[in-house]
Design a protein around this ligand. Structure first.
Ligand SMILES: O=C(O)C(=O)C[C@@H](O)[C@H](O)CO
Ligand SMILES: [Mg+2]
Length: 382
Protein backbone atom coordinates (compact mmCIF):
# COMPACT_ATOMS: atom_id res chain seq x y z
CA UNK A 1 0.00 0.00 0.00
CA UNK A 2 1.24 3.55 -0.73
CA UNK A 3 0.11 7.04 0.36
CA UNK A 4 -1.23 8.90 -2.65
CA UNK A 5 -2.75 12.20 -1.45
CA UNK A 6 -3.22 14.51 1.54
CA UNK A 7 -6.21 16.86 1.54
CA UNK A 8 -6.94 19.42 4.24
CA UNK A 9 -10.30 20.97 5.06
CA UNK A 10 -10.54 23.99 7.37
CA UNK A 11 -14.04 23.91 8.88
CA UNK A 12 -16.04 25.76 11.53
CA UNK A 13 -15.83 26.29 14.40
CA UNK A 14 -11.99 26.39 14.26
CA UNK A 15 -10.94 22.88 13.25
CA UNK A 16 -9.08 21.33 10.37
CA UNK A 17 -9.56 17.81 9.04
CA UNK A 18 -6.90 15.93 7.10
CA UNK A 19 -7.77 13.12 4.71
CA UNK A 20 -4.92 10.77 3.71
CA UNK A 21 -5.68 8.58 0.70
CA UNK A 22 -3.88 5.41 -0.40
CA UNK A 23 -3.56 3.48 -3.66
CA UNK A 24 -5.74 0.69 -2.23
CA UNK A 25 -8.66 2.98 -1.45
CA UNK A 26 -8.20 2.96 2.34
CA UNK A 27 -8.62 6.48 3.75
CA UNK A 28 -7.51 7.86 7.11
CA UNK A 29 -8.69 11.03 8.87
CA UNK A 30 -6.71 13.28 11.21
CA UNK A 31 -7.25 16.64 12.87
CA UNK A 32 -4.05 18.74 12.62
CA UNK A 33 -4.73 22.22 13.98
CA UNK A 34 -3.57 24.92 16.33
CA UNK A 35 -6.59 26.97 17.30
CA UNK A 36 -6.22 30.31 15.51
CA UNK A 37 -3.31 29.17 13.31
CA UNK A 38 -5.11 26.65 11.07
CA UNK A 39 -3.61 28.01 7.84
CA UNK A 40 -0.08 27.82 9.27
CA UNK A 41 -0.55 24.21 10.30
CA UNK A 42 -2.15 23.51 6.92
CA UNK A 43 0.99 24.78 5.19
CA UNK A 44 3.12 22.60 7.48
CA UNK A 45 1.00 19.52 6.68
CA UNK A 46 1.48 20.04 2.96
CA UNK A 47 5.22 20.64 3.36
CA UNK A 48 5.47 17.41 5.36
CA UNK A 49 3.48 15.57 2.69
CA UNK A 50 6.69 15.55 0.60
CA UNK A 51 7.98 12.92 3.05
CA UNK A 52 4.74 10.91 2.86
CA UNK A 53 3.38 10.58 -0.70
CA UNK A 54 4.60 7.31 -2.22
CA UNK A 55 5.46 5.87 1.21
CA UNK A 56 4.01 2.81 2.99
CA UNK A 57 1.44 4.14 5.51
CA UNK A 58 1.93 1.14 7.80
CA UNK A 59 5.39 2.40 8.84
CA UNK A 60 3.98 4.97 11.26
CA UNK A 61 7.00 5.00 13.57
CA UNK A 62 9.46 5.60 10.73
CA UNK A 63 7.28 8.25 9.09
CA UNK A 64 6.91 9.94 12.48
CA UNK A 65 10.70 10.03 13.01
CA UNK A 66 11.26 11.35 9.49
CA UNK A 67 8.69 14.13 9.97
CA UNK A 68 10.16 15.02 13.38
CA UNK A 69 13.90 14.79 12.62
CA UNK A 70 14.44 15.16 8.86
CA UNK A 71 13.75 18.87 8.70
CA UNK A 72 16.49 19.66 11.29
CA UNK A 73 14.28 22.15 13.14
CA UNK A 74 11.73 20.40 15.32
CA UNK A 75 9.08 20.69 18.00
CA UNK A 76 6.76 23.57 18.79
CA UNK A 77 3.02 23.96 18.25
CA UNK A 78 2.90 24.23 14.46
CA UNK A 79 5.12 21.31 13.39
CA UNK A 80 3.93 19.05 16.21
CA UNK A 81 0.28 19.76 15.38
CA UNK A 82 0.92 18.97 11.72
CA UNK A 83 2.66 15.73 12.70
CA UNK A 84 -0.17 14.99 15.14
CA UNK A 85 -2.91 15.09 12.52
CA UNK A 86 -0.88 13.06 10.05
CA UNK A 87 -0.10 10.49 12.76
CA UNK A 88 -3.79 10.21 13.67
CA UNK A 89 -4.71 9.56 10.04
CA UNK A 90 -1.98 6.93 9.68
CA UNK A 91 -3.29 5.10 12.75
CA UNK A 92 -6.80 5.34 11.29
CA UNK A 93 -5.54 3.70 8.09
CA UNK A 94 -3.66 0.99 10.00
CA UNK A 95 -6.73 0.11 12.03
CA UNK A 96 -8.93 -0.05 8.95
CA UNK A 97 -6.42 -2.25 7.11
CA UNK A 98 -6.21 -4.61 10.13
CA UNK A 99 -9.95 -4.29 10.84
CA UNK A 100 -9.19 -3.36 14.46
CA UNK A 101 -9.84 -0.26 16.58
CA UNK A 102 -6.58 1.58 17.31
CA UNK A 103 -6.76 0.75 21.03
CA UNK A 104 -6.52 -2.96 20.12
CA UNK A 105 -3.33 -2.27 18.13
CA UNK A 106 -1.93 -0.50 21.23
CA UNK A 107 -2.49 -3.52 23.48
CA UNK A 108 -6.19 -3.52 24.28
CA UNK A 109 -8.48 -1.97 26.86
CA UNK A 110 -7.38 -1.23 30.43
CA UNK A 111 -10.90 0.07 31.28
CA UNK A 112 -14.46 -0.41 30.11
CA UNK A 113 -15.41 3.29 29.99
CA UNK A 114 -13.67 6.68 30.24
CA UNK A 115 -14.65 9.58 32.51
CA UNK A 116 -15.24 12.83 30.63
CA UNK A 117 -15.82 16.41 31.76
CA UNK A 118 -17.53 19.43 30.32
CA UNK A 119 -16.58 23.11 30.08
CA UNK A 120 -18.83 25.65 31.76
CA UNK A 121 -18.84 29.43 31.86
CA UNK A 122 -16.93 30.50 28.78
CA UNK A 123 -14.15 33.05 28.48
CA UNK A 124 -15.59 35.22 31.22
CA UNK A 125 -16.83 32.58 33.66
CA UNK A 126 -20.33 33.85 34.30
CA UNK A 127 -23.52 31.77 34.28
CA UNK A 128 -21.52 28.83 35.58
CA UNK A 129 -24.23 27.73 38.01
CA UNK A 130 -26.80 27.68 35.21
CA UNK A 131 -24.49 25.67 32.94
CA UNK A 132 -23.68 23.14 35.66
CA UNK A 133 -27.37 22.61 36.47
CA UNK A 134 -28.13 21.99 32.77
CA UNK A 135 -25.21 19.59 32.26
CA UNK A 136 -25.92 17.66 35.45
CA UNK A 137 -29.30 16.79 33.92
CA UNK A 138 -27.26 15.27 31.07
CA UNK A 139 -25.36 13.09 33.52
CA UNK A 140 -22.15 15.11 33.91
CA UNK A 141 -20.70 15.51 37.38
CA UNK A 142 -17.26 16.87 36.47
CA UNK A 143 -16.61 20.28 34.94
CA UNK A 144 -13.94 22.83 34.07
CA UNK A 145 -14.10 26.59 34.00
CA UNK A 146 -11.81 29.57 33.63
CA UNK A 147 -10.55 30.82 36.97
CA UNK A 148 -10.24 34.53 36.26
CA UNK A 149 -10.69 37.24 33.68
CA UNK A 150 -7.79 39.55 32.83
CA UNK A 151 -5.27 39.59 35.68
CA UNK A 152 -2.22 41.84 35.95
CA UNK A 153 1.17 40.39 36.91
CA UNK A 154 0.47 41.86 40.33
CA UNK A 155 -3.21 42.50 40.89
CA UNK A 156 -5.62 43.41 43.64
CA UNK A 157 -7.04 41.36 46.47
CA UNK A 158 -10.41 42.35 45.04
CA UNK A 159 -9.66 40.48 41.79
CA UNK A 160 -8.62 37.43 43.83
CA UNK A 161 -11.79 37.68 45.93
CA UNK A 162 -13.97 37.95 42.81
CA UNK A 163 -12.43 34.78 41.38
CA UNK A 164 -12.75 32.89 44.65
CA UNK A 165 -16.32 34.08 45.27
CA UNK A 166 -17.43 32.39 42.05
CA UNK A 167 -15.90 29.10 43.18
CA UNK A 168 -17.40 29.48 46.66
CA UNK A 169 -20.81 29.99 45.05
CA UNK A 170 -20.42 26.73 43.13
CA UNK A 171 -19.45 24.76 46.22
CA UNK A 172 -22.34 26.41 48.08
CA UNK A 173 -24.76 25.39 45.33
CA UNK A 174 -23.57 21.83 44.70
CA UNK A 175 -21.31 20.79 47.59
CA UNK A 176 -19.18 17.83 46.60
CA UNK A 177 -21.89 16.31 44.42
CA UNK A 178 -19.78 17.68 41.58
CA UNK A 179 -16.08 18.10 40.94
CA UNK A 180 -14.40 20.77 38.86
CA UNK A 181 -11.06 21.88 37.55
CA UNK A 182 -10.15 25.55 37.40
CA UNK A 183 -8.23 26.67 34.33
CA UNK A 184 -5.94 29.63 35.01
CA UNK A 185 -5.48 29.54 31.21
CA UNK A 186 -2.14 31.28 31.39
CA UNK A 187 -3.83 34.45 32.65
CA UNK A 188 -2.17 34.17 36.08
CA UNK A 189 1.47 35.20 36.48
CA UNK A 190 3.75 33.85 39.21
CA UNK A 191 3.10 36.63 41.73
CA UNK A 192 -0.65 36.02 41.63
CA UNK A 193 -0.59 32.22 41.46
CA UNK A 194 0.21 31.83 45.15
CA UNK A 195 -2.51 34.11 46.56
CA UNK A 196 -5.09 32.59 44.21
CA UNK A 197 -4.12 28.99 45.02
CA UNK A 198 -4.10 29.73 48.74
CA UNK A 199 -7.54 31.39 48.59
CA UNK A 200 -8.97 28.49 46.53
CA UNK A 201 -7.72 25.79 48.93
CA UNK A 202 -10.90 25.65 51.08
CA UNK A 203 -13.01 24.79 48.01
CA UNK A 204 -10.82 21.82 47.04
CA UNK A 205 -11.02 21.96 43.24
CA UNK A 206 -10.08 18.76 41.45
CA UNK A 207 -7.11 20.57 39.89
CA UNK A 208 -5.85 23.97 38.80
CA UNK A 209 -4.76 23.98 35.16
CA UNK A 210 -1.88 26.01 33.74
CA UNK A 211 -1.27 27.63 37.15
CA UNK A 212 1.33 29.72 35.31
CA UNK A 213 2.25 29.84 31.62
CA UNK A 214 4.05 26.80 30.18
CA UNK A 215 7.12 28.97 29.62
CA UNK A 216 7.22 29.41 33.41
CA UNK A 217 7.24 25.65 34.05
CA UNK A 218 10.18 25.98 36.45
CA UNK A 219 7.66 27.46 38.92
CA UNK A 220 5.54 24.30 39.05
CA UNK A 221 7.57 22.55 41.82
CA UNK A 222 7.49 25.64 44.04
CA UNK A 223 3.77 26.13 43.53
CA UNK A 224 3.15 22.45 44.25
CA UNK A 225 5.02 22.79 47.55
CA UNK A 226 2.77 25.73 48.39
CA UNK A 227 -0.62 24.18 47.72
CA UNK A 228 -2.45 20.89 48.19
CA UNK A 229 -4.48 21.54 45.03
CA UNK A 230 -3.27 19.16 42.27
CA UNK A 231 -1.64 21.16 39.46
CA UNK A 232 -2.28 20.30 35.82
CA UNK A 233 -0.63 21.40 32.58
CA UNK A 234 0.23 20.23 29.11
CA UNK A 235 -1.86 21.80 26.36
CA UNK A 236 1.07 24.06 25.48
CA UNK A 237 3.77 21.39 25.62
CA UNK A 238 4.38 19.57 22.38
CA UNK A 239 6.59 16.51 22.74
CA UNK A 240 8.17 14.02 25.16
CA UNK A 241 11.10 16.40 25.29
CA UNK A 242 8.95 19.25 26.64
CA UNK A 243 7.25 16.95 29.15
CA UNK A 244 10.42 15.23 30.38
CA UNK A 245 11.65 18.44 32.06
CA UNK A 246 8.30 18.76 33.86
CA UNK A 247 8.42 15.14 34.99
CA UNK A 248 12.00 15.50 36.21
CA UNK A 249 11.34 18.76 38.08
CA UNK A 250 8.04 17.55 39.58
CA UNK A 251 5.11 19.68 40.67
CA UNK A 252 2.57 18.65 38.04
CA UNK A 253 0.10 15.95 39.17
CA UNK A 254 -1.88 15.76 35.90
CA UNK A 255 -0.44 16.12 32.39
CA UNK A 256 -2.78 17.28 29.63
CA UNK A 257 -1.11 16.89 26.26
CA UNK A 258 -3.35 17.69 23.31
CA UNK A 259 -3.52 14.77 20.83
CA UNK A 260 -3.73 17.33 18.00
CA UNK A 261 -0.79 19.42 19.21
CA UNK A 262 1.71 16.99 20.77
CA UNK A 263 2.66 14.71 17.89
CA UNK A 264 -0.48 12.58 17.85
CA UNK A 265 -1.16 9.07 19.12
CA UNK A 266 2.41 7.84 18.64
CA UNK A 267 3.84 10.65 20.82
CA UNK A 268 1.08 10.95 23.42
CA UNK A 269 1.07 7.18 24.01
CA UNK A 270 4.72 7.60 25.04
CA UNK A 271 3.99 10.69 27.14
CA UNK A 272 1.28 8.75 29.00
CA UNK A 273 3.79 5.98 29.74
CA UNK A 274 6.39 8.52 30.95
CA UNK A 275 3.73 10.08 33.19
CA UNK A 276 2.84 6.70 34.69
CA UNK A 277 6.49 6.13 35.58
CA UNK A 278 6.46 9.43 37.52
CA UNK A 279 3.10 8.68 39.22
CA UNK A 280 1.46 11.47 37.20
CA UNK A 281 -2.11 11.25 35.88
CA UNK A 282 -2.93 11.58 32.19
CA UNK A 283 -5.90 13.75 31.14
CA UNK A 284 -5.65 14.82 27.48
CA UNK A 285 -6.63 18.35 26.51
CA UNK A 286 -9.32 18.31 23.81
CA UNK A 287 -11.40 21.45 23.10
CA UNK A 288 -11.42 20.41 19.45
CA UNK A 289 -13.29 18.11 17.09
CA UNK A 290 -14.27 14.46 16.82
CA UNK A 291 -11.05 13.07 15.32
CA UNK A 292 -9.01 14.76 18.06
CA UNK A 293 -11.36 13.27 20.67
CA UNK A 294 -11.23 9.81 19.10
CA UNK A 295 -7.44 10.00 19.13
CA UNK A 296 -7.47 10.93 22.82
CA UNK A 297 -9.76 8.01 23.59
CA UNK A 298 -7.50 5.57 21.72
CA UNK A 299 -4.72 6.45 24.18
CA UNK A 300 -7.01 6.82 27.23
CA UNK A 301 -8.31 3.28 26.84
CA UNK A 302 -4.82 1.75 26.88
CA UNK A 303 -3.28 3.95 29.59
CA UNK A 304 -3.60 2.90 33.23
CA UNK A 305 -3.04 6.49 34.43
CA UNK A 306 -5.68 8.09 32.19
CA UNK A 307 -8.14 9.71 34.60
CA UNK A 308 -10.23 12.29 32.81
CA UNK A 309 -10.98 13.30 29.23
CA UNK A 310 -11.91 16.77 28.00
CA UNK A 311 -14.51 16.91 25.22
CA UNK A 312 -15.95 19.95 23.48
CA UNK A 313 -19.70 19.31 23.39
CA UNK A 314 -21.25 22.69 24.21
CA UNK A 315 -17.90 24.42 24.73
CA UNK A 316 -17.98 28.19 24.27
CA UNK A 317 -15.68 27.94 21.23
CA UNK A 318 -18.06 25.79 19.19
CA UNK A 319 -19.81 28.53 17.28
CA UNK A 320 -20.88 27.40 13.79
CA UNK A 321 -20.47 23.67 14.39
CA UNK A 322 -20.84 21.25 17.29
CA UNK A 323 -18.62 18.32 18.24
CA UNK A 324 -20.47 15.67 16.19
CA UNK A 325 -21.79 17.73 13.28
CA UNK A 326 -19.39 16.12 10.81
CA UNK A 327 -19.75 12.58 12.19
CA UNK A 328 -22.20 9.98 10.91
CA UNK A 329 -21.75 7.46 13.79
CA UNK A 330 -22.88 9.95 16.46
CA UNK A 331 -24.33 7.17 18.63
CA UNK A 332 -20.84 5.80 19.25
CA UNK A 333 -19.94 9.04 21.06
CA UNK A 334 -22.87 8.82 23.48
CA UNK A 335 -21.97 10.01 26.99
CA UNK A 336 -23.82 8.23 29.81
CA UNK A 337 -23.48 9.38 33.42
CA UNK A 338 -20.29 11.23 32.56
CA UNK A 339 -18.61 8.30 30.82
CA UNK A 340 -17.92 7.42 27.19
CA UNK A 341 -17.37 3.91 25.82
CA UNK A 342 -14.53 2.77 23.56
CA UNK A 343 -14.99 3.58 19.85
CA UNK A 344 -15.09 0.02 18.58
CA UNK A 345 -15.14 0.52 14.80
CA UNK A 346 -11.87 -0.14 12.92
CA UNK A 347 -9.28 2.62 13.02
CA UNK A 348 -10.08 5.66 15.16
CA UNK A 349 -13.77 4.75 15.12
CA UNK A 350 -14.95 8.03 13.60
CA UNK A 351 -17.02 7.98 10.44
CA UNK A 352 -16.63 11.42 8.79
CA UNK A 353 -19.41 12.90 6.67
CA UNK A 354 -17.05 14.04 3.91
CA UNK A 355 -19.71 15.81 1.87
CA UNK A 356 -20.61 17.94 4.86
CA UNK A 357 -16.92 18.62 5.55
CA UNK A 358 -16.33 19.73 1.96
CA UNK A 359 -19.42 21.95 2.02
CA UNK A 360 -18.47 23.54 5.34
CA UNK A 361 -14.87 24.09 4.21
CA UNK A 362 -16.09 26.38 1.42
CA UNK A 363 -17.24 29.04 3.89
CA UNK A 364 -14.95 28.42 6.86
CA UNK A 365 -13.80 31.67 8.46
CA UNK A 366 -10.44 32.06 10.18
CA UNK A 367 -11.11 31.75 13.91
CA UNK A 368 -9.01 33.97 16.10
CA UNK A 369 -8.96 34.23 19.88
CA UNK A 370 -9.64 37.75 21.15
CA UNK A 371 -6.74 40.08 21.97
CA UNK A 372 -7.33 41.18 25.53
CA UNK A 373 -5.86 44.33 27.00
CA UNK A 374 -5.49 45.59 30.55
CA UNK A 375 -6.98 48.89 31.63
CA UNK A 376 -3.62 50.54 30.89
CA UNK A 377 -3.76 49.32 27.28
CA UNK A 378 -1.08 46.62 27.62
CA UNK A 379 -1.74 43.14 26.23
CA UNK A 380 -3.45 40.80 28.70
CA UNK A 381 -3.15 37.00 28.53
CA UNK A 382 -6.46 35.68 27.14
O1 LIG B 1 -9.68 23.57 26.84
C1 LIG B 1 -8.80 24.15 27.52
O2 LIG B 1 -8.25 23.68 28.55
C2 LIG B 1 -8.35 25.49 27.11
O3 LIG B 1 -7.46 26.04 27.75
C3 LIG B 1 -8.94 26.13 25.89
C4 LIG B 1 -7.83 26.61 25.01
O4 LIG B 1 -6.98 25.52 24.84
C5 LIG B 1 -8.35 27.08 23.67
O5 LIG B 1 -8.69 25.95 22.87
C6 LIG B 1 -7.30 27.92 22.98
O6 LIG B 1 -7.82 28.38 21.75
MG1 LIG C 1 -6.69 24.89 29.35
Amino acid sequence: MRITKLTTYRVPPRWMFLKIETDEGVVGWGEPVIEGRARTVEAAVHELSEYLVGQDPSRINDLWQVMYRAGFYRGGPILMSAIAGIDQALWDIKGKVMNQPVYELLGGLVRDKMKVYSWVGGDRPADVIRDIKRLREGGFDTFKMNGTEELAIVDSARKVDEAVARIAEIREAFGHDIEFGIDFHGRVAGPMAKPLLRALEPYRPLFVEEPVLAEQAEQYPRLAEYTSIPLAAGERMFSRFDFKRVFQAGGISIVQPDLSHAGGITECFKIAAMAEAYDVAFAPHCPLGPVALASCLAVDFVSHNAVLQEQSMGIHYNKGAELLDFVTNKEDFRIENGFINPLRKPGLGVEIDEERVIEASKTASDWRNPVWRHADGSVAEW
